[in-house]
Design a protein around this ligand. Structure first.
Ligand code: NAD
Length: 363
């Protein structure tokens, strides 16, 4: 099969880490008989420097014409880069917000997986880590409190601020379906997180999730209150497979879940709409402090490419091959600087390009 991938290298370490992900994709393509065509799309600071805009209409059209988009990261040093002297809607990050909106990306996926070899970076006790954990946080991205009506008004001589939390049946149903679809590709368990003991929006969330669950008899599901979920993530993370939740709860829980895994350089992510299209990118930023030094960890971007194969192209065996190669490279003792153990014993530090090559060799 032939797949057309939009590639946004972006700024800072973006070009370095994306180059390694493309190298891994090409090796997977050769092994499994697929052709990946790449179309480079400008976004962020590099687009400002070339076109004066963080994202042009042509770039949006190019992204829409792709089967999926693989991205590095955008932005520069927010204190020193001239990009941050521009008005807010002309800065690098405005490009990413515009792209997410134009592509209607309403579902954000962030896996939290604990590698045996990186256990040391996990702040939890060994008895809590147990056999490790492997969960997927699925966060609704375009509704809820962050997009509701807001106001700050003077009432009875003092300022009163309001933010409204709104969800429609349609918004809940489409993300719930996505969550159950993802669970079908994993261990077939969904934990839907809400605050149904207090919020009307959560009671509707629960009702619609139950309706959607009826269409997935193979998937077991449970409801959990968000305060309990925050506790369970540090008490017994191994219990979770897919955590399905609304925008603000997901914002907080996904950061909590990623913190218990260790390094930012290992964390992949995806943003999906209601077609097979997705935008795949590492969770970290453009790391201007280490850009151009050849030391950035490319693994989060390589794992994002694996997510693209799994969720946009349904190439599960190919995605498995990349994930196994990453596990092998860690098992064989290779580390980039961000995941070096404190004492540095029994492992070898490598740079960005070598890490990409070592993963390709293990495919
Ligand atoms: P950052 O994630 O870029 O860096 C935080 C720390 O993590 C730095 O010390 C960095 O060196 C390290 N780090 C990040 N990725 C790494 C990797 N792959 N390998 C090794 N170390 C890594 O966050 P920041 O410094 O707050 O932001 C820098 C720029 O990135 C800003 O302009 C910000 O707006 C932008 N940003 C972009 C995205 C995106 O493109 N989606 C996301 C977050 C931040």
């Amino acid at each position: 099969m032939t797949y057309n991938i939009g590639v946004i290298k972006g700024d800072g370490i973006g070009p370095e880490i994306v180059t390694e992900a493309v190298k891994v994709l090409d090796a997977v393509g050769a092994k499994f008989g697929h052709q990946f065509n790449y179309n480079e799309i400008l976004m962020g600071g590099c687009s400002i420097d070339t076109t004066g805009e963080p994202l042009t209409d042509e770039a949006i059209e190019a992204a829409k014409a792709s089967d999926a988009v693989l991205m590095g990261s955008i932005g520069g040093n927010t204190s020193t880069s001239p990009w941050y002297k521009l008005p807010a809607d002309k800065r690098p990050e405005a490009g990413l917000l515009k792209l997410r909106k134009s592509l209607n990306l309403f579902a954000n996926l962030r896996p939290a997986y604990l590698y045996e070899e990186l256990k040391e970076a996990c702040p939890l006790r060994d008895d809590i880590i147990g056999e490790g954990f492997d969960m997927m946080i699925m966060r609704e991205l375009t509704g809820g409190l962050y997009f509701g009506e807001r106001s700050t008004k003077e009432e009875n001589g003092q300022l009163v601020a309001r933010d409204s939390l709104t969800y429609s049946e349609t918004e809940i149903r489409r993300i719930a379906k996505r969550g159950f679809d993802i669970a079908m590709k994993r261990r077939k368990k969904v934990t839907s997180v809400d605050k149904a003991n207090v919020l009307d929006s959560s009671r509707l969330w629960r009702k619609i999730v139950e309706e959607v669950a009826a269409d997935y008899p193979e998937v077991s599901y449970e409801h959990m209150l968000v305060d309990n979920c925050a506790m369970q993530l540090v008490k017994d993370p191994g219990q979770f497979d897919v955590i399905l939740t609304e925008n603000m709860f997901g914002d907080i829980l996904s950061d909590e879940a990623s913190m218990v895994t260790g390094s930012i350089g290992m964390l992949s992510s995806a943003s999906l709409n209601d077609t097979k299209f997705g935008l795949y990118e590492p969770s970290g930023g453009s790391a201007p402090d280490i850009a151009g030094k050849g030391i950035a960890n490319p693994i989060a971007t390589i794992l994002s490419a694996a997510m693209m194969l799994r969720y946009s192209f349904d190439l599960d065996a190919e995605a498995d091959a990349i994930e196994s190669a990453v596990k092998k490279v860690l098992k064989d003792g290779f580390r980039t600087i961000d995941i070096m153990p404190r004492d540095g014993s029994n492992v070898k530090q490598v740079g960005t390009v070598d890490m990409g090559t070592l993963i390709v060799e293990r495919l």
